[in-house]
Design a protein around this ligand. Structure first.
Ligand code: KMH
Ligand code: ZN
Length: 274
């Protein structure tokens, strides 16, 4: 059976601005349109953040509901809501979208520097988030920005708060956290527990495409989008999220693999059947 590669689109994130790329989608309708274009280009998962009417990151459940309804009206892409939110948000704020019972949600696996800032993910917070996801059968993507965070996730596995298959988002090149090098990505992959799948998330133009290529070669999955990187090439902004996804789809086909569609992801990650 051909290997199926998951392409996740992260259309806007919490930090990217229109100054970084004027094509950044901000409103729920823009995010839904951009997600749909990316879905048509081959994305099967949407890592979703939302913005308020001023374009600022928000974890407001009603804005998430609106964006999810608009995406759902267009396609069956798997929706993975962020619980990372933005720097400075409280745990309570960040957890809100999980109450909408998305199929997936991010679970950040440790406290990290984020540029000049930091986000707090201590073990009590992680336990609370993992329990909320377990109660609702929401599959977490275990976002690890450092090798130590993989070990922290193993603590939650031992405590019974995470169930297989374990899906990891290996995030490299966040300023202040772990840089991207092939060595570090390989070392992270070699540190994962049994029954794991993973996708590589390279932050910035210099890491995004190499991470996708590494993932393709090493049985991983890919994530691209304006949350992570606004460039298509050095000095050339991406026109859209779909343009970044299209290139991944071309690479998957060139490698003679298949592009996973949303129902493939549901099977591969054993997502909740509604
Ligand atoms: N915006 C970052 C502070 C996640 O979505 O789980 C956190 C983040 C990770 O984007
Ligand atoms: Zn995110």
């Amino acid at each position: 059976m051909a290997r199926k590669v998951i392409i996740t689109v992260a259309p806007c994130g919490a930090e990217t601005t229109r100054k970084n790329n004027p094509a950044l989608p901000l409103t729920p309708a823009e995010i839904a349109d951009s997600t749909y274009e990316a879905y048509q280009a081959g994305a099967s998962v949407c890592h979703l953040h939302v913005r308020d009417e001023n374009g600022q990151a928000t974890q407001d459940i009603e804005v998430f509901r609106q964006a999810i309804d608009l995406i759902r009206a267009k396609c069956d892409i798997v929706i993975e809501t962020s619980t990372g939110g933005a720097v400075g948000m409280t745990a309570e704020e960040r957890l809100q979208p999980v109450r909408l019972n998305p199929e997936m949600a991010s679970l950040d696996c440790g406290t990290i520097n984020f540029g000049n800032d930091y986000i707090v993910n201590d073990l009590p917070l992680m336990r609370e988030f993992a329990q909320a996801m377990l109660d609702r059968q929401v599959r977490p993507i275990l976002e690890c920005f450092d090798i130590s965070q993989i070990y922290t996730s193993k603590t939650l596995i031992k405590e019974g708060l995470l169930k297989p298959p374990f899906y990891y988002g290996l995030v490299l090149n966040v300023p202040g956290a772990m840089p991207y090098t092939p060595h570090w990505l390989t070392t992270m992959v070699n540190t994962l527990p049994e029954q794991s799948l993973w996708c590589a998330v390279g932050i910035g133009g210099r890491a995004s495409l190499p991470c996708c290529l590494m993932a393709l070669a090493a049985e991983g999955h890919m994530r691209v989008g304006f949350e992570d990187n606004v460039y298509y090439a050095k000095g050339r902004l991406a026109q859209s999220n779909a343009e970044l996804v299209e290139r991944c789809a071309r690479l998957v086909k060139a490698a003679d693999f298949e592009i996973a569609r949303p129902d493939d992801v549901r099977e591969m990650l054993d997502l909740r059947r509604n």
